[in-house]
Design a protein around this ligand. Structure first.
Ligand code: FMN
Length: 332
């Protein structure tokens, strides 16, 4: 399946694996690259820019196919040294970057000046248009279903993707809620050039998280998420568990972030992913858990998605077109 996305990024399939804190490491990203899709290492999962340089080298040891790096810019009291991470990406000779978050302009300018293709992930049509004006090469548009940060507008993909497709001229990936061939075909029908997935890639053999968490994703259904930080206008969709429910309860009483920070801190979430305890801390997952029923290798996952999508287009959907032809002939 060739689209403007596959052409632009030099990959075989119109599928990307978005940046994922604690999950987007060399193991997963190289598996995605080897399967012919576009994976992004998560820069800030590495404790220092030097560690990111080593992780990029480690990924190159595992694949000779294209891969990229995600740089997520979130508001923070002690911001990480973004400029140094950016320099590490540029000096490592990376050719594709996924930016996400607030005010990426200076980063986009620097990446573009070094010939790097930038795909900006955003959650609103106006943000996609702003990114296009900023000079990015492509956008990913994340619907309300998505894991992580869905923004504050609460527009699901079924509306957001075609609304963006009507206005955005550069290639666009649909993101949030995708897990299978049906989703890929739907995204293409809605005007996207491919899909970006997060949660689905967490439940694969190569994802560097404990098997218990992968199994929890399989066991969970589409209702098993919670929205944190709504009242701070920094909404995050996470897997529903006791800690998430407790944090939401305290937040809804009108308390400031400090009242829940001990529950939601990243280090605690990471410990849970490594130890395999889904109740230990907060971990990110989307509604699409309801469509995930197995833990395949990344290669099998991508082959299944693409194979199912092609069969769906050539079979069931082509059948509908044939019905239209027959009807037209009868009318004629
Ligand atoms: C465990 C996890 C961690 C994530 N961390 C980040 C991140 O650090 N930066 C980012 O831009 N997106 C992050 N995301 C969002 C994904 O890149 C992607 O946009 C999202 O998962 C798409 O929704 P889906 O999970 O329904 O496929 C994360 C998602 C997951 C599941």
């Amino acid at each position: 399946m060739r689209t403007r996305f596959t052409e632009m990024f030099g990959v075989e399939h119109p599928i990307a694996q978005g940046g994922m804190q604690w999950v987007g490491t060399a193991e997963l990203v190289s598996a995605v690259a080897n399967a012919g899709a576009l994976g992004f290492l998560t820069a800030l999962t590495q404790p220092t820019p030097e560690a990111l340089v080593r992780e990029i080298a480690r990924t190159r040891d595992m694949t000779d196919k294209p891969f990229g790096v995600n740089l997520t810019i979130l508001p923070s009291i002690n911001p990480p040294p973004y400029d140094e991470y950016r320099r590490a990406i540029i000096e490592s000779g990376i050719k594709a970057v996924e930016t996400a978050g607030y005010k990426p302009q200076e980063h986009v300018d620097a990446f573009k000046a070094h010939g790097i293709k930038v795909i900006h992930k955003c959650t609103a049509v106006r943000h996609a248009l702003a990114a296009e004006r900023m000079g990015v090469d492509a956008v990913s548009i994340d619907g309300f279903e998505c894991a992580g940060h869905p923004g504050e507008d609460d527009i699901p993909g079924l509306i957001l993707i075609p609304a963006a497709a009507d206005k955005v001229r550069i290639p666009m990936l649909a993101s949030g809620g995708f897990a299978d061939g049906r989703g890929l075909v739907a995204a293409l029908a809605l005007g996207a050039e491919g899909i970006n997935m997060g949660t689905r890639f967490c439940a694969t053999k190569e994802a560097p998280i404990h098997d218990n968490i992968k199994q929890a994703i399989v066991d969970n259904d589409e209702r098993a998420t919670e929205l944190l930080f709504r009242s701070y206008r920094n909404t995050a969709r996470v897997a529903k568990n006791g800690i998430a429910l407790e944090a939401v309860r305290i937040e809804r009483e009108g308390n400031p972030f400090e009242a829940i920070s001990h529950l939601v801190k990243g280090a605690r979430g990471r410990e849970g992913l490594i130890k395999g305890d889904p109740e230990h801390g907060i971990w990110t997952a989307g509604m699409v858990q309801g469509l995930i029923h197995d833990i395949p290798s990344v290669a099998d996952l991508i082959a299944t998605i693409v194979g199912d999508a092609e069969r769906l287009i050539a079979g069931r959907l082509a059948g509908f077109a044939a019905t239209i032809d027959r009807r037209d002939n009868q009318l004629a």
